[in-house]
Design a protein around this ligand. Structure first.
Ligand code: PDD
Length: 281
């Protein structure tokens, strides 16, 4: 596999980043995941805009322009012959050659830019989309700026492991009794035909797939309500689902052991998945 590191395309075994890089020492980095379907990048503009926002919120320098980023994405997709898969991008504050809590001088420190691809044949035909996934709920103990897509992913990883240990697929986080989002996706329920998902704030990541799906839902005359909901309300909903760049629209059929709706993917989630994939291709 060919990867990209700071201006160079290299075999993955030759790619190097400093041990003093602040992402390695302090999780001082941000990332984006863009999916590729049929060789085409999905929602690149949205991901590039959110990256720019994450960088700005953390006073981090942009490593290059949006056009240059697009060119690197395309080059990697071509070099690695990705038809269906993902492009992972990470920007870090770089390294001043030592460990220090204070940010290094941006005038003399260059950000680190790393990109690699992941080949996922049949990404859009995942078997889980046909059966739906099972989730558990966990207290949301992440930091208070979840709208910034940082590489601090230890708790989401622990949540994923807890879900697996419980015989489930993923976790939904709960704060003050209300669902924030999934471990790596945005969370939704459907009740009486209405699509309900938490409003945007610092509490959740502003999903690029979320924005697209809500736009398509409104265009299809579906009713969207942006507000938080409890686990109990979700368990009594007609349907539930999650969205992300890597799972698109994924039905949720069980929450903390309670079956949601009929225990099979519901019509709204199935329809939204279909529309999303149609519009993206
Ligand atoms: N995760 N919420 C969280 C906490 C996420 O990590 C993600 C994405 C989302 C959905 O955002 P989007 O629709 O822009 O992918 C919501 C990516 C896919 C990941 O970490 O792999």
């Amino acid at each position: 596999r060919t990867v990209y590191v700071n201006g160079e395309y290299l075999p993955e075994t030759e790619a190097k980043v400093s041990i003093f890089d602040r992402a390695f020492l302090m999780a001082d980095g941000v990332y984006e995941v863009t999916s590729v379907l049929g060789g085409k990048l999905i929602d690149f503009d949205g991901h590039a805009k959110r990256l720019a926002r994450s960088l700005k919120e953390l006073d981090m320098k942009a490593p290059c322009t949006e056009d240059e980023l697009l060119a690197i994405h395309r080059e990697l997709v071509a070099r690695n012959e990705i038809t269906d898969g993902l492009v992972y991008l990470q920007v870090t504050r770089g390294s001043a050659g030592d460990r220090d809590f204070a940010f290094p001088d941006p005038e003399t420190t260059e950000p680190t830019l790393v990109l690699f691809t992941q080949n996922k044949p049949g990404l859009a035909d995942s078997p889980a989309a046909k059966t739906g996934i099972k989730v558990i709920s966990l207290e949301d103990i992440r930091w208070g700026r979840r709208d910034i897509k940082t590489v601090q992913l230890l708790y989401p990883s622990m949540a994923k492991m807890a879900a697996k240990k419980a015989g489930c697929d993923d976790a939904w986080f709960v704060e003050d009794g209300k669902v924030t989002e999934g471990s790596s996706n945005n969370a939704y329920i459907v009740k009486g035909g209405k699509i309900i998902t938490r409003e945007l704030s610092h509490d959740i990541l502003h999903g690029i797939t979320r924005a697209a799906v809500l736009r398509f839902a409104k265009e299809a005359q579906m009713v969207v309500e942006e507000r938080s909901f409890t686990i109990e309300e979700a368990q009594q909903a007609d349907e539930a689902f999650v969205t992300s760049a890597s799972s698109f629209v994924m039905p949720v059929v069980e929450l903390d052991g309670a079956q949601i709706g009929t225990g099979t993917p519901g019509p709204v989630a199935a329809r939204l998945r279909e529309i999303y994939l149609e519009e993206s291709l």
